[in-house]
Design a protein around this ligand. Structure first.
Ligand SMILES: Nc1ncnc2c1ncn2[C@@H]1O[C@H](COP(=O)(O)OP(=O)(O)OP(=O)(O)O)[C@@H](O)[C@H]1O
Length: 648
């Protein structure tokens, strides 16, 4: 009888129990060894997550703790627990993922134990295999503080067997079971439909100029580690200039990706939506791709709205929350608004503004260095120098108490039937000629394990076993997914070649795509019989919004939902007193600025379409925070035609 057999028979509790038969629900007994003695844990993985039951020597459960499956993002099998200073050469290879250094196309699946090339870095006397599980658990620092997500690493040490290979096989069994369980939580769109459970690829578009200009750093230090822990392969493209994202989205073959992640501000997201809706195959693309955003801009209204809509903590760590949302495997339909001006058609996901708020948004660009504070500073300045604008606003009321609308598939099916009637004129710059290169590997840092459990008692092995609720590593510990590719710039010829086969707008007829309008042309009159109502006169501002938040700190339309088919049209008329206006602006941060009932000066209208006809010949109009040509425009809601990632 060899040693490992001996151990198995000697100690029944270290032998995998009957659940071993079930590949996806695994359980075993683990031990923690501490100075004061050892503790016995029954550990089980099933569809709900990891359950740890601490048992007394007589087998009675003393304490039960749980890491929910919705909080777990991935796992790693490893040869050694910690290296002296860093794990650069650590033998960390997961089965089923291409071996490190292999290219995306030529990568072949490798086995956990056997593929470990860097054995010189490991402790050869230790045959243990380790499974690290990465979770981001909702926690409160104190009773009074708000919820935040904290990185938690659960370490399971497998050492029942004599050889590393046998122990690794056991770790691998748990790893595969977890991967399978995690895949059950994904919508089909995000999982490969053939072969073993794998995530589909994600496309990252990063604007290095957004916000205070640190999007690259944010991605490298905060987003990439999460993607890598979750084993989500991605391609990263860095925008080179304004309108790059429009060009990319409208001309590229997008079949490889299930999610497009904007690392930037709302302006970048606006470009992505407009590029997608410029395509001939826009309806198909909108069905097959979900959009996500990691907020790096100065407004960040969409990221805040998504987090708010799903009670996901935002302020503690917006980037972490948004990164987890981007890989959640859950999506929701989102309304988009079609905006028609005299010269162009565009699509908007956030807001259309005229007057005070738009003025502040655009004019405060000159003090961009103040970050989000620029809005407050310029608002005070403009209050002191208040302007009014005259014009006419016509609108069609939305149906009352409309439920969130049908599934995106059904809606886009309806939309697909629409004939495109108007132009989608985008001013697209030529992309620069250049090549792309692969990413530099992200160097893993030292793990700080929160919970360590091992499969056999060994008093000499001192492991840490902190409370579930007190643990948390601020360090990012991550591994490069060798499949992920970094493109610093795109190759122009590549775009051209791909666009010819990708169902993409043709040069002969570039303006005939995207969902069409159900409204009369902008030059045609609107009839009262069709339900059009009118507000006319002097206005301080008009702001139309379809998300709950206009910016991080601006809860502008508290009732707005991603997919409610409504535009919230807020009108403030001239003649309003400054204190009244100041109170409105001040309370925007909490969402308590809107009157319960419309009054002489402030009106909130839930509409499905509106037309703005300014009587002045100058002023500022914004769409999604970007200035557009001044003049008449009309807008209509396209319910649920896009899809965005939402928190789990
Ligand atoms: N490489 C680039 N250089 C210069 N401008 C760029 C580049 N890439 C994108 N842009 C432009 O930057 C504009 C603003 O970007 P983005 O929305 O990401 O940041 P922001 O304006 O700071 O954020 P927000 O829109 O939330 O206020 C976009 O409209 C886009 O056209």
């Amino acid at each position: 009888m060899n040693k490992s057999q001996e151990r198995s028979t000697d100690s029944a509790i270290s032998t995998p129990n009957k659940a071993d038969d079930d590949l996806h629900n695994v359980s075993d007994t683990f031990y923690t060894s501490q100075r004061k003695g050892s503790h016995v844990f029954r550990v089980r993985l099933d569809a709900t997550g990891f359950t740890l039951q601490r048992e007394s020597p007589s087998g009675v459960t003393i304490k039960e703790q749980k890491v929910k499956i919705c909080d777990i993002i991935g796992a790693r099998c490893m040869r050694m627990k910690k290296s002296p200073r860093n794990l650069t050469g650590c033998a960390c290879v997961n089965p089923g993922t291409p071996a490190a250094g292999s290219s995306r196309k030529s990568g072949t699946p490798s086995k956990c134990s056997m593929a470990s090339k860097e054995e010189h870095m490991t402790d050869m006397g230790d045959g243990s295999a380790y499974l690290y599980l990465f979770a981001y658990v909702l926690k409160k620092k104190s009773l009074r503080s708000s919820l935040h997500r904290e990185r938690t690493v659960l370490t399971l040490r497998f050492r029942s067997f004599d050889t590393f290979e046998d122990n690794m096989r056991e770790a691998d069994r748990w790893y595969r079971a977890l991967r399978w369980q995690l895949h059950q939580t994904l919508e089909p769109l995000f999982a490969e439909s053939v072969g073993e459970p794998r995530r589909r690829r994600l496309l990252v578009l990063l604007n290095p100029k957004s916000g205070s200009g640190n999007a690259r750093e944010v991605f490298n230090t905060n987003v990439a580690p999460v993607l890598n822990e979750a084993e989500v392969p991605y391609d990263l493209f860095v925008t080179k200039h304004s309108n790059y994202a429009i060009e990319f989205m409208s001309t590229r073959r997008l079949d490889d990706w299930c999610t497009i992640l904007a690392v930037g501000g709302d302006g970048l997201f606006h470009e992505i939506i407009n590029g997608l809706l410029c395509r001939a195959d826009w309806a198909q693309v909108m069905d097959n791709i979900a959009l996500a955003i990691v907020p790096c801009g100065s407004g960040n209204g969409l990221a805040r709205s998504i987090a708010h809509g799903y009670n996901e903590p935002y302020f503690s760590n917006p980037v972490l929350g948004a990164s987890l949302t981007a890989i959640s495997g859950r999506s929701s339909p989102m309304d988009v608004v079609r905006v028609e001006t005299e010269n162009r058609v565009m699509f908007s996901f956030l807001s259309i503004g005229w007057g005070l708020i738009s003025d502040v948004d655009i004019e405060s660009e000159c003090i961009r260095m103040f970050g989000y504070q620029r809005f407050t500073i310029w608002t005070l300045y403009r209050l002191a120098n208040l302007r009014t604008y005259s014009g006419k606003i016509s609108y069609l009321l939305a149906e009352e108490a409309q439920e969130p609308l049908a599934t995106p598939l059904l809606q886009s099916e309806q939309l697909r039937r629409m004939q495109s009637s108007r132009s989608c004129t985008m001013h697209i710059d030529k992309l620069s000629n250049s090549s792309y290169h692969r990413s530099t590997e992200f160097l893993p840092q030292e793990f700080e394990d929160v919970i360590s459990l091992e499969t056999s008692i060994n008093q000499s092995f001192r492991s840490r076993c902190d409370s579930w609720l007190s643990g948390g590593s601020r360090r990012s510990c991550y591994y490069s997914i060798s499949e992920s590719v970094y493109h610093s710039v795109a190759d122009d010829s590549e775009f051209t070649e791909q666009s010819s086969t990708a169902g993409i707008k043709s040069e002969q007829n570039p303006h005939n795509f995207g969902p069409s309008s159900s409204l009369p042309g902008l030059d045609k009159p609107l009839s009262e019989d069709a339900g059009w109502l009118v507000e006319e006169g002097k206005f301080i501002m008009m702001h139309a919004i379809y998300q709950s938040h206009l910016g991080v700190d601006c809860h502008f339309a508290p009732k707005a939902q991603l997919n409610d088919g409504k535009i919230f049209l807020v009108l403030i008329r001239g003649g309003i007193s400054r204190p009244h206006l100041l109170s409105f602006l001040y309370n925007m941060s909490t969402g308590s600025h809107l009157p319960e009932k419309n009054n002489e000066y402030i009106k909130v209208l839930q509409v499905r379409a509106f037309r703005l006809e300014p009587h002045d010949d100058h002023g500022i109009i914004t769409v999604d925070g970007e200035q557009i040509e001044f003049g008449p425009l009309q807008a209509e809601i396209l319910p649920g035609i896009s899809r965005v990632m939402i928190p789990k």
